[in-house]
Design a protein around this ligand. Structure first.
Ligand SMILES: Cc1ncc(COP(=O)(O)O)c(C=O)c1O
Ligand SMILES: [Zn+2]
Length: 437
């Protein structure tokens, strides 16, 4: 029997047998030294059709084991992640109808339900912990703005693997303490995300410890690829439009990987139009995109992007100031006929309130930016009559208590019953919608 999967170096085409060889070579191609590899599976691609036609709700993304880079099921470290419900949000559909006259289907991926840490980063967490366990690795370095850090720290803890986590100093405080509380090591690096990456890489190299490779790490990309499978399994079709708050770009690149893997099978349908949102105080990809667009995409436009050093942002979770993968992401947006939007970060609280009011769902600031991307897309006429929209909403509020405090607007202190007045929550409707009408 052939092996379940191998890697192919994207730069020189060298075949790499699996994680054992990959890790032994410090996650570099043994021939050319580059770190961009693609996982290739020997499983018959038609097997995916059976998996997505399965009507029973899977226990976790390990439903797609045949297309994940792990050899043996016994090494799975899972918490039921990766199969969060995709729900239609009627208030978004009503808004599109009332304000723009558009009949849309709007689907939101409720990754806030993810059992382990309440974000879509749990997908990478389960795969990383399982693979590291399979390879007998005991120590690992993670660098992240917060959500990946938490997911990896938690799943590695579950697998008995020590995680040393480096985070930029402006990361949400709850992110540090959640990791600290489960006994994984946290370093708050005095500097921005780019600097934290540099410090972490130096530490990993000098101590000869494996480290997260960033947005193209197969441990993250392969796991997130399953989002595409879940869309088909749950919606029975690929939506016309995909919206997300982007930082490094793992999730959209994982969508692209899924489409590349299953090209020609017809299982996934047509790649959606990619609409990306970035917070206004750290939006280098939007700046690069707008410039390229204004100049009619001149040769080399993908490589002409600004680097924001020490961005002062209200949403540090998605603040990648040096968008090294813009060449890939920008091309993806162009190829699918998509667009980029800069989102006024001050609106994150207003959006958080609106969602909480309309759905009784509390989302984190990065998710609010993603939903605001939908509003901005409508404003720019980027969604057409009759289309279906998928919003990949990344996080809940489990580690954004300070954000929830900002959302809250109904609390009063009293000393007697006479001070309390009759209540009708309808009276808040105009208030929560005021920024959006
Ligand atoms: C909640 C949330 N949304 C969006 C993103 C952006 O993810 P990416 O650009 O890597 O797909 C992140 C990543 O940090 C996140 O934590
Ligand atoms: Zn190579």
């Amino acid at each position: 029997m052939g092996k379940k999967f191998h890697f192919v170096c994207q730069t020189c085409g060298e075949k790499i047998e699996g994680f054992q060889e990959w890790f032994a070579n410090q996650q570099k191609c043994p021939k050319c030294g580059d770190s961009k590899i693609k996982a290739v599976y020997s499983t018959d691609k038609e097997r995916l059709r059976e998996l997505v036609e399965d009507c029973k709700k899977p226990d976790s993304l390990w439903h797609y084991f045949d297309f994940l880079p792990l050899n043996e099921r016994k090494n799975i470290v899972s918490d039921g992640e990766g199969v969060s419900p995709i729900r239609r949000w009627d208030f978004l559909e009503r808004f599109a109808k009332d304000k723009y006259g558009l009949n849309l289907e709007v689907h939101v991926n409720r990754n806030d339900y993810s059992p382990a840490t309440g974000t879509f980063k749990d997908k990478g967490g389960t795969l990383a912990a399982s693979v590291l366990k399979e390879q007998g690795i005991k120590e690992y370095v993670v660098v992240s703005t917060g959500n990946t850090a938490n997911a990896f720290a938690q799943y590695l803890a579950k697998a008995g693997i020590s995680a040393t986590v480096f985070m930029p100093q402006d990361a949400v405080r709850e992110n540090f303490v959640h990791i600290g509380s489960i006994g994984q090591r946290v370093y708050i690096v005095k500097g921005d995300y780019a600097y934290a990456k540099k410090v972490a890489a130096e530490y990993a190299k000098s101590n000869n410890i494996l480290i997260t490779l960033g947005n193209l790490d197969p441990l993250r990309l392969e796991a997130k690829k399953t989002t595409t499978f879940e869309i088909i399994r749950q919606l029975k079709k690929m939506p016309d439009v995909y919206i997300q708050a982007v930082s490094g770009g793992t999730a959209p690149l994982a969508v692209e990987k899924a489409f590349a893997d299953f090209e020609g099978t017809g299982i996934l349908g047509k790649m959606p139009r990619m609409l990306f949102a970035q917070g206004s105080y750290c939006d280098p990809q939007v700046v690069a995109w707008k410039k390229a667009q204004a100049n009619n995409f001149p040769d080399g436009w993908e490589y002409d992007y600004p680097i924001f050093e020490n961005p002062k942002t209200l949403v540090p979770t998605i603040a990648t100031g040096n968008p090294g993968l813009f060449p890939l992401l920008g091309r993806l947006v162009k190829r699918t006929g998509g667009d980029y939007f800069s989102i006024k970060e001050e609106l994150a609280v207003d959006m958080g309130r609106l969602i909480a009011y309309e759905k009784a769902v509390k989302v984190g600031p990065a998710s609010a930016i993603g939903i605001l991307g939908f509003f901005e897309a409508l404003k720019h006429n980027a969604i057409k009559e009759g289309e279906s929209v998928f919003i990949n909403m990344g996080e809940g509020v489990r580690r954004s208590l300070s954000f929830v405090e900002e959302l809250s607007y109904t609390i009063e202190e009293i000393t007697s019953a006479q001070e309390a007045t009759r209540f009708d929550r309808e009276k808040y409707r105009d208030f929560v919608w005021k920024s959006f009408m």
